[in-house]
Ligand binder design. Sequence first.
Ligand code: DX5
Ligand code: ZN
Length: 212
Amino acid sequence: MEIAPSILSADFGILDREIKAICDGGCDFVHVDVMDGHFVPNLTIGPVVVKAVKKAATKPLDIHLMVENNTFFVELFAPFKPEFISFHIEEEKHVHRLVQKIKSYGIKPAVVLNPHSSLSEIEYLLEDLDMVLLMSVNPGFGGQKFIPSVLEKAKKLKKMIDEKNLNVKIEVDGGVSDKNIKDLKDAGVDIVVAGSYVFGSSSYKDAISSLR
Ligand code: DX5
Ligand code: ZN
């Protein structure tokens, strides 16, 4: 299981130290939540902060866009060379085109599904993706309650991926803790995002190891 702490729950007054602590603590990716105040009712970070995040991080970035104008934000963040850029399928008319655009920068594309969105949306897209991100909360805020129906969704997605013999990772984001990590693993999830669980603990290293 790979662990991607979400910096949304970090102390932004000491962001560089927070990022160093999760990287030294053994995380696999640094999950960066970009919100535009339109797609979700919250506003987070732009390129100035992502530049600082990139500078402090010794692990690859995993950028999660929760925005209306995906193309604009992909162009804005591609220069930071994240491992993944993921965008919400609910907010994109030309999903296949945007996936190709992300790939053209040498970045791995991922599509995000909100809790209510169906897997059928990505059936004809899977082979073009490196990852599918399943939301286990409604996007917008850290510290929300885990929606358990994501477990069945992850199992179905894992089956779809295996049947097509593809190498697509499954990531789950929202309300992840030591209480549901075993169920997520059993459902076939490869990467978990954990914000409040990691940053709310006294030792980030211990929190990351307990999840792993
Ligand atoms: C929610 C964000 C998540 C969030 C996770 O919109 O995408 O990454 O920060 O935080 P926790 O782990 O506290 O639910
Ligand atoms: Zn996220």
